[in-house]
Ligand binder design. Structure first.
Ligand code: COA
Length: 163
């Protein structure tokens, strides 16, 4: 039987409980899941590639079939390189839909052998994003319910000497 490899791409600056929710769902459906950090996004990440990897890896220990990767360039090219046939994206709200629809169809046009699949995280994470968490952390707000412990520690360190 062919093993199904899925990529879960994103900026992960940093990984949040919402991302982990999707990873958990994906891990139970696919043979291998590669949490894939996009390095050439137009965003200016707070955390370096290594820092983001470290935070993700810390949380992946309990999932034997999940690993972490990173890429520059086109996502579908990375999928080909990794022999992945599925791209997973989380859909949190209707506002995600238009952008995701455009991206999924573009990726399908340039690489029909790769299928994008959407998953909904638990509703308690539907309003969450990494920017929100960083803003809260920057102003010393409570982020315990949004990120795992290790990520919370890293965010605290980052913003220790700011403000
Ligand atoms: N829980 C919590 N937050 C979530 C989430 C979830 N389940 N799913 C997404 N988010 C948040 C992210 O934290 C992120 O927050 P931020 O904007 O504050 O940083 C935001 O939603 C969306 O980001 P993300 O899922 O990381 O996607 P992205 O838009 O940054 O990245 C890529 C999209 C990188 C996958 C896409 O641009 C890509 O593939 N680029 C490579 C180039 C390419 O191939 N282009 C052609 C595609 S058409």
């Amino acid at each position: 039987m062919k093993k199904i490899i899925a990529l879960y791409p994103g900026t992960f600056d940093p990984i949040t409980n919402g991302h982990l929710d999707i990873i958990e769902r994906a891990s139970s459906l696919f043979d291998r899941v590669i949490v894939t950090i996009a390095l050439n996004s137009s965003k200016k990440p707070l955390f370096s590639e290594d820092e983001r990897k470290e935070m993700i890896l810390q949380e992946l220990k309990k999932h034997k079939n999940v690993e972490v990767g990173a890429f520059r360039g086109l996502l579908v090219e990375y999928a080909k390189k990794k022999k992945a046939s599925v791209i997973i994206r989380g859909l949190r709200a209707i506002s995600d839909y238009e952008y995701e629809f455009q991206m999924a169809l573009t990726n399908r046009k340039i690489s029909p052998e790769v299928t994008t699949m959407f998953m909904m995280p638990n509703e308690k994470y539907t309003y969450l994003n990494s920017t929100l968490v960083k803003e809260l952390a920057a102003f010393k707000g409570n982020i315990k319910c949004f990120v795992p412990k290790f990520v919370e520690k890293k965010l605290r360190e980052k913003f220790k000497n700011r403000l």
